[in-house]
Design a protein around this ligand. Sequence first.
Ligand code: IYR
Length: 229
Amino acid sequence: MNTTTAQYSPLQFERLPADEQLARSGAFLAQMQTRRTVRDFSTEPVPFELIENAVATAASAPSGANQQPWTFVVVSSPAIKQQIRAAAEAEERESYAHRMSEEWLAALAHLGTDWHKPHLEDAPYLIVVFRQAYGLTTDPQTGETVKIKHYYSEESVGIAVGMLLCSLHLAGLATLTHTPSPMGFLNAILNRPANERPYVVIPVGFPADDAHVPVITKKPLGEVLVRAE
Ligand code: IYR
């Protein structure tokens, strides 16, 4: 049985000259290679339009069955940031002291992280990304709320977050991908429904004047790019 309901329109596609392709991809690579995860933020404000453009970019990401299983909560209220910091630090304090294995702590040691999370208050914006594990809709006949299965929501939100980070970096802003564990307190503080699962907290802003980052390297391309010819 063919159950397709697909409708098509012509693809809008701009074919670039080969030299232009290479120039653009090289320029993007050079820009992205300057991105660093930042933990020392300035309190200097950031234009909201930059955040809006980044979320719109993320929301243009491909997703399983185009279900767009994401919600981006943009927090700027000092009172809410304070609540998030307090709850995150309480969880992180417990994690670093008791929940994380020696092996995990050893793997992280070179980053110099601990339970203190001042960036959750210093950064002018926190973008809290939620993954919609399933959708909710109202049955027009019965008026009942029904669940809609979401496909590949983890992968979809991961792709969207990658695009969000690229946009913010190209806009000249610093970001941190922060995953306090467990993150359930975010539903309570931000009043999000049970189908939305916290995915990551992203402080966004300018780096502090004296921001430092750990000395790390990326694997050489030869180690991560394998050609099967
Ligand atoms: N969530 C903790 C611990 C942590 C875990 C990983 I994996 C990191 O790459 C960095 C930190 C924290 O934010 O400190």
